[in-house]
Design a protein around this ligand. Structure first.
Ligand SMILES: [Mg+2]
Length: 340
């Protein structure tokens, strides 16, 4: 088994602003695992919100003794080995987990969705994200997003009303809202949610800070649109902790440690009758196509990280009329652009 990795700067089409940060470039780490003549691709998109940077990813990858992963098919054992090196370093572990899954699918000659018994006919539509901006810029971005029927609007800042008014002035599409922990007083958060309902918003993601679970439960009792957990649910172990406070969870590969962990989170949440969303960071088609393999199991998809960038070195899952289209290529279903 050989492990190779390198950093890569994903260039964003627009400066991407959410409640806590703003960026033009997002650095990811690509990994390749080569074994028995097959190469599996993986990607880490580290987030400072969860204590990771490209440097911490590289530090983690240097710690991996790759000879300890001698059989990619041993998914549980391999995930256990990676977790034994660090219970955090989520995106770094995810990069290897994705590459191992890609390798397994390629060795079997089937896409991962087939391995999990899922049909590509059951994929959902994905939202397209509109970051925080001035009303004029927001209108321009909404017009540019013409081909996407579902929009996710980032709120949680000073000018929420201005932003939503700008969006609604140019579209009557289904909207989902992500406050990214931006509302810190429960009564104000409730007023915001009532206002979202009036503006025909389908659900709200992470209205309050992750350490305000009790306040969020209070809010959810009074809200008539679903409240979805993002920052409150990082790994599998967080799913039972948010029962009663949220209606659903937003799983991201880069938070949870990879496809193996995501699959467990999906069934754990389903057992509690919570709805399932999958989201992403700014990522290339490697990580997005990996997540999309699970998308037939989702209630809501927000897998647009690769649609927000201009220099994706890979191609994989496509989007047609907003819907995720999985290919029949093996593994995570990606190829390098201009190559194999
Ligand atoms: Mg979110």
């Amino acid at each position: 088994m050989k492990l190779r990795y390198h950093t890569y700067d994903l260039q964003l089409q627009h400066t991407f602003t959410i409640a806590r940060e703003s960026s033009d470039v997002s650095t990811v780490v690509f990994v390749e695992l080569e074994h028995d003549g097959i190469t599996g691709y993986g990607e880490a998109a580290p987030s400072e919100r969860y204590g990771e940077t490209p440097d911490t990813v590289i530090d983690f990858l240097k710690k991996v003794e790759i000879e300890k992963i001698d059989d990619p098919f041993l998914i549980e054992r391999n995930a256990g080995y990676l977790e034994s090196l660090s219970s955090k370093d989520y995106s770094a572990r995810t990069a290897i987990d994705i590459a191992l899954h890609d390798w397994v699918g390629k060795a079997l000659g089937i896409p991962l969705y087939k391995m999990w018994g899922l049909s590509p006919d059951d994929t959902p539509k994905t939202t397209f994200t509109i970051g925080i901006d001035t009303p004029e810029k927001i209108k321009e971005k909404v017009r540019e997003a013409e081909q996407y029927p579902l929009l996710k609007i980032k709120l949680g800042g000073e000018n929420d009303e201005e932003i939503l008014d700008a969006v609604r002035s140019v579209t009557d599409k289904v909207l989902r809202v992500d406050a990214n922990e931006g509302w810190t007083i429960r009564e104000i958060a409730l007023e915001k949610i009532v206002w979202l309902q009036r503006n025909e918003v389908e659900f709200v993601e992470q209205p309050m800070p992750a350490d305000m679970v009790l306040e969020t439960a209070w809010l959810r009792e009074r809200a008539s649109i679903p409240v979805i957990a993002d920052e409150n649910v990082v790994t599998l172990y967080d799913v039972p902790r948010v029962r009663g406070a949220f209606d659903g969870i937003n799983i991201k590969l880069m938070k949870c440690g990879g496809l193996n962990a995501a699959l467990k989170m999906i069934y754990t949440a389903k057992s509690m009758k919570m709805s399932i969303m999958m989201g992403c960071m700014v990522e290339s088609s490697v990580a997005i196509s990996a997540a999309a393999q699970l998308s037939p199991l989702l209630d809501y998809a927000d897998l647009d990280g690769n649609l927000l960038i201009t220099n994706d070195p890979f191609e994989g899952v496509m989007v047609e009329n907003g819907r995720l289209i999985l290919s029949d290529k093996p593994g995570i279903g990606v190829t390098k652009k201009g190559g194999t």
